[in-house]
Ligand binder design. Structure first.
Ligand code: IMP
Ligand code: MG
Length: 182
């Protein structure tokens, strides 16, 4: 079955996303112009965003990855975060930019931010491509936000439902029929 036929509506097209990623890249390049930030992408949802954003950053950067999982099913995070893959280098004295695909309850980022802050970085900022303000359970204030979106489950451009749909070049809302079948 065609992947696209499972999408109820397109929320942001590939062009709209690319334009926004370009703007975030320009802003980061300006804000960090005398620095050499380390961009920490949170696997796996942020890989496509990371790749596109890096191409739009014009200053020197380092990159690293972390993988986390929240105990719980695919829709709701529980607040208990498990580190599946930690950073491969020290961030002491560095300017860290945490890169997330989507911020919902805030559980993941609030945990990760305080974890990384304990390691002696010079600064820690957060960039998220999508933000669902209505989903928030714990306060988290991202420094860069791509799009504020309503409280709907979205897929594409890295975001998954049960590991699928990450490879859509746009972001859309899944047809509820897909969950019913599961
Ligand atoms: P938080 O800890 O609730 O803020 O959740 C962040 C994580 O939940 C993201 O990294 C995603 O993996 C997942 N998530 C939250 N909302 C969505 C969505 O609409 N689509 C796909 N994944 C989502
Ligand atoms: Mg994720």
């Amino acid at each position: 079955m065609c992947m696209k036929s499972d999408i109820l509506k397109v929320l942001y097209t590939e062009e709209e996303i690319q334009q926004k990623v370009k703007e975030i890249g320009q802003q980061i390049s300006e804000d960090y112009k005398d620095k050499n930030p380390i961009i920490v992408a949170i696997l796996k949802g942020s890989i496509i965003f990371m790749a596109d954003l890096l191409k739009n950053i014009t200053i020197h950067t380092e990159t690293d990855f972390m993988a986390v999982s929240s105990y719980g099913e695919s829709f709701q995070s529980t607040g208990i975060i498990k580190i599946l893959k930690d950073l491969s280098c020290s961030i002491k004295g560095k300017d860290v930019i945490i890169l997330e695909d989507i911020l919902d309850s805030g559980n993941t980022l609030s945990y990760l931010k305080s974890l990384l802050e304990q390691r002696g970085p010079s600064s820690v900022k957060i960039v998220t491509l999508f933000n669902k303000p209505e989903g928030r359970q714990v306060p988290v204030y991202p420094d860069y936000i791509g799009f504020n979106i309503p409280n709907e489950f979205v897929v594409g451009y890295g975001l998954d439902y049960n590991e699928k749909y990450r490879n859509l070049s746009f972001v859309g809302v899944l047809n509820p029929e897909v969950y019913k079948k599961a």
